[in-house]
Design a protein around this ligand. Sequence first.
Ligand code: CMP
Length: 143
Amino acid sequence: MEQTFIMIKPDGVQRNLVGEIIGRFEKKGFSLKGLKLLSVERGFAEKHYEDLSSKPFFNGLVEYIISGPVVAMIWEGKNVVTTGRKIIGATNPSDSAPGTIRGDFAVDIGRNVIHGSDSVGSARKEIALWFPEGPVAWSSSLN
Ligand code: CMP
C-alpha cells in the first residue's frame, strides 16, 4: 500500500494545528503508520531539502524548519501521495484553495504549516531519512 511522508512544520505545531491536521487525514480514510515530535538540527534540515539548496530561500527555509519542534508522520492509503498533496493545498498559500490545510491556515509561503512528499520516490526517501529506526519505536529501546 502506498505511503507518504508528512511533516507539520514549526508554525503548525506552535499554532496548535496538530490535531486538526491529523483529523483531516484520518477522516479522509488514511491510516497513520508513524508519528513523532522532534526538533531537527541544521544538517538534517539541509539534507531533507537538499534538492532546493541552490534556491535563494534555502537558508531561510532551513532556519524555519529548525526553529522549533516538528511532527513527522507516515500516512498510508490509496494514492496517498497525490491525494495528501491535495489535502495540503498549493505550496504558496495565496494559491491554496479554501478547504485545503494551507488554504485554511496559512498566508505566507515561508510559513506554510505543512510538508508532504511530492512523489512516491520522494516519499520513500523521506520516510527512510526521518524514520531510520522504522515506523514504530519498540518499548525495548526505552530505558
Ligand atoms: P514544502 O512543501 O515543504 O517544500 C519546499 C518548501 O520550500 C515549501 O514547502 C516552502 O516552505 C518553501 N518555499 C518554496 N518556495 C518558496 C519561496 N519562494 N520562498 C520561501 N519559501 C519557499
